[in-house]
Unconditional design. Structure first.
Length: 491
């Protein structure tokens, strides 16, 4: 059970301080220091060799693609890339680390001094600092479950040994669990846009540890922090932090001291548990890796990498809000993945009116997908179908009411728009005499609105268009109808 809620006035006396450490696996074909396949889901212990097993005499060779990806990520996160960085041995013993050390970077990491902008409640942007981004290798995996003798034995799968990682360490700039959630969401989005990782949390390609402490508001010195490890979704991290903040405040309010330790989050119970005390800090005995030369990222390589930086999510949203007249929320929907945003923009370019494509997508497709609980990739209506619908609407061949009816059919029958349109071809009244007759009737029935129009309130024309469209059961040609309504009212 979660801790008893701390009273709001007590909560308000304290300020949480949160820093995040995120490990991200890079999507290279091979591992960071050997030619073994970097692949998730292979049979255990099949993608291994003397180098990643750490057998005596085996020597690491740095994967250039991993450097390229790490550099690309550094630039996307506004970091300064060091021209000369140093790999270091981080010594510790663990069964899934056969070498007895991890090759990482220590005092000279690849990149430093970056930031990510997150939105604040009042619509401004808060910069969360990134202390460093360094390269390292992943360890293997201990399997504690799933075997007949799991109660007494642990199995090891060393396929993950040597998977290239970047570790991204934030400054302690985060003040609330919501800010932590935003930071992680933005970070993941940026990395996905750069294509350096699939950021799949279920498969462990993005992992997050959080450092959290509280201090009385106004106090400069940080409180004692706890580290929350192994949380496997951003939502759970937000929950774990909220729990941990209240727990620490309760400890302090009771007159005791927060202990520096590592804690695990149990999402079923919504609380954290002490895993191990960190009072004796680890001594990793870092020293420069003697088997690897310094990593040099030349100005030329940096220049080349910068050219490959895609338009990043925040910039893209800003541009698209202007270009397609989108709301902030709609821009988020369309840019949620780079692949989708690319597909949308490629399609919109071919349409008569790109803004109309955005409208149809957001008004007719997104809501229906949500109602069905499916992703855009599974939509029966393709982007080409959306463009066709937008064009038909734009040229006045179908009314928006007919469009809605056609989309209803598409989603009911799981068919693309073109097929449904060709079959149903909604009847259109394009006979101006017939439309004029309907307009006359509506005008005769609404003298007050006619007066308003003639007194200068031109927007009332929309009222008449709507009335006639309804009378025609949505079949009046919209362009013709608009034109004739104005003609009649002016006449
Ligand atoms: Zn290997």
């Amino acid at each position: 059970m979660p801790a008893a809620a701390v009273a709001p006035d007590v909560l308000a006396k304290y300020e949480p301080v949160i820093g995040l450490e995120v490990h991200v696996q890079l999507l290279t074909a091979t591992k960071i220091f050997c030619g073994c396949a970097n692949r998730f889901g292979s049979d255990p212990n099949t993608n291994i060799c003397p180098v990643c097993l750490g057998l005596p005499g085996a020597l690491p060779v740095l994967n250039a693609k991993a450097v390229e990806f790490a550099t690309l990520a550094s630039l996307a996160l506004n970091c300064q890339v060091r021209e000369r960085s140093i790999f270091a041995r981080k010594n510790y013993f663990y069964p899934d680390l056969p070498k007895g050390y991890q090759i990482s970077q220590f005092d000279k990491p690849l990149a430093e001094h970056g930031w990510i902008g997150i939105p604040t409640a009042d619509g401004a942007t808060k910069k969360i600092g990134i202390t460093r981004l360094h390269m390292e290798e992943d360890a293997g995996k201990s399997l504690h479950q799933g075997f007949a003798d799991s109660a007494t034995r642990t199995y090891l799968d060393l396929n993950r040994c040597g998977t290239p990682l970047i570790e991204i360490v934030s400054e302690p700039d985060i003040r609330t669990p919501d800010e932590a959630f935003e930071y992680l969401t933005r970070l993941k989005e940026i990395l996905l846009y750069t294509g350096v990782s699939d950021c799949n949390m279920e498969e462990g390609s993005l992992r997050c540890d959080a450092n959290v402490s509280v201090r009385p508001r106004g106090q400069g010195k940080f409180g004692t922090k706890a580290e929350v490890k192994n949380v496997n979704s951003f939502r759970f991290i937000r929950e774990a932090l909220a729990y941990e903040i209240e727990r620490q405040i309760e400890v302090i309010e009771s007159g005791a001291h927060v202990v520096q330790e590592t804690r695990l989050y149990n999402s079923d119970e919504g609380r954290t548990y002490s895993m191990r005390s960190k009072e004796q800090a680890h001594d990793y005995r870092y020293f420069p890796e003697p088997d690897l030369p310094p990593l040099i990222v030349s100005p030329q390589l940096l220049f080349e990498t910068r050219k490959r930086l895609p338009e990043l999510p925040e910039a893209r949203r800003k541009r698209m809000i202007g270009e397609y007249e989108l709301t902030e929320k709609d821009a988020h929907t369309i840019t949620a993945s780079r692949v989708f945003a690319d597909r949308f923009e490629a399609a919109a370019k071919t349409a008569r009116n790109p803004r109309r494509v955005a409208n149809v997508l957001l008004n007719e497709v997104v809501g229906r997908l949500k109602a069905l609980g499916i992703e855009i990739e599974q939509s029966p209506v393709t982007m080409a179908g959306i463009v066709l619908a937008a064009d038909l609407l734009d040229e006045g061949t179908i009314s928006s009411k007919q469009l809605k009816q056609l989309f209803d059919v598409c989603f009911e029958k799981g068919e693309d728009f073109e097929a449904v349109y060709e079959r149903e071809r909604p009847r259109q009244i394009t006979d101006s005499a017939a439309i004029e007759k309907m307009i006359d009737e509506v005008i005769a029935a609404n003298p007050r609105q006619v007066e308003q129009y003639r007194a200068g309130k031109k927007t009332v024309a929309g009222f008449f268009v709507g009335q006639v469209m309804r009378a025609s059961k949505g079949q009046a040609n919209p362009a013709l109808l608009n034109e004739l309504v104005v003609k009649k009212l002016e006449g």
